[in-house]
Ligand binder design. Structure first.
Ligand SMILES: Nc1ncnc2c1ncn2[C@@H]1O[C@H](COP(=O)(O)OP(=O)(O)O)[C@@H](O)[C@H]1O
Ligand SMILES: [Mg+2]
Length: 283
């Protein structure tokens, strides 16, 4: 009798992804934009928890809050008001990103916060020279201090998101396993293609991450199947299940690895970190 092969939720064999090797030197960072113009798909949650998972594996990680909502800053428990933010760096009011970088409760994980000020940035930057390249020039100053920089994008395809894509080596697209998940993804991929053509020829699509997956519903299984039919191997093996522990952790201002280490979502984000290293998207 043939040996039974366990299949993961993606329908692929559930393979074991080894823990990444320890790094003996650090940097320069690979920069990854966490991007989807749809809100509520798990961008911020995935940025926080992937960042914490990579830090757990000894990577030096900088998470950049690039959404005026400031959810990343809040979720990592750092102040975002009356402190220097990404906005000050984008406008050149602050020259050295190190003056805005804050440590988090997770060793190896730093953050540049954002607050509502950032919503004014698009207007201010429209008249700037090389306005799409400003974030890139900010992050270049600290790229040697980190192994990976994750940018938590806002839900739009405007100038800030174009800045994130222009600054990045790769883009990771979180997709919630809900109806209409695929709606808008074509437009996002088109934007990525345009940025690659015009501004950032090296930009890679690192992968599509299925989030909020509930294996008990036929509906989620159907959506995931369609996502895989459409995007094939670009979809990560790792699928993030739906759990209330993720919003709970965000309210507690901690990564899930600290808040509920034995929850399946903790292992899922660790697996995503391993998968990114295995794919060569992170050192
Ligand atoms: N896997 C998940 N299971 C349950 N809730 C989730 C999951 N991922 C994210 N959430 C919750 O869904 C909401 C939207 O997620 P968020 O990461 O903020 O999305 P985005 O940054 O794309 O707008 C948040 O309240 C978050 O806590
Ligand atoms: Mg968000």
């Amino acid at each position: 009798m043939a040996k039974q092969v366990e299949l993961g939720p993606t329908g692929r064999p559930d393979r074991i992804i080894p823990a990444p090797k320890k790094l003996d030197r650090h940097g320069p960072a690979r920069i990854i934009a966490m991007c989807n113009q749809k809100g509520g798909v798990g961008k911020t949650t995935s940025t926080i928890n992937l960042a914490a998972a990579l830090a757990r594996y000894g990577r030096r990680v900088l998470a950049v809050d690039f959404d005026p909502q400031g959810a990343l800053s809040a979720g990592l428990g750092v102040p975002a008001h009356d402190v220097p933010t990404i906005y000050d760096l984008m406008l050149g009011k602050l020259k050295d990103p190190r003056d805005a970088i804050q440590k988090t409760g997770t060793a190896g994980l730093d953050v540049i916060p954002a607050n509502i000020d950032l919503s004014a940035a698009e207007v201010h930057l429209v008249t700037e020279v090389a306005r799409e390249q400003i974030l890139g020039s900010v992050l270049r100053k600290v790229v040697d201090d980190y192994d990976v920089i994750l940018i938590d994008c806002q839900p739009s395809l405007g100038l800030l998101t174009v800045n994130a894509l222009t600054a990045s080596h790769g883009v990771l697209i979180p997709l919630a396993c809900e109806y209409f998940a695929l709606r808008g993804v074509a437009l996002l991929v088109e934007t990525v293609d345009k940025v690659r053509d015009r501004l950032n020829p090296a930009l890679e699509l690192d992968g599509i991450l299925a989030t909020m997956y509930d294996a008990r519903t036929l509906h989620a299984r159907e959506v995931l199947e369609r996502v895989i039919d459409t995007f094939g191997d670009t979809v990560f093996d790792t699928v993030i299940g739906r759990t209330v522990k993720l919003p709970d952790a965000q309210i507690a201002a901690k990564p899930i690895l600290d808040y509920a280490p034995s929850n399946a979502a903790s292992e899922a984000y660790l697996k995503l970190a391993r998968e990114l290293v295995q794919r060569g998207a992170v050192a």
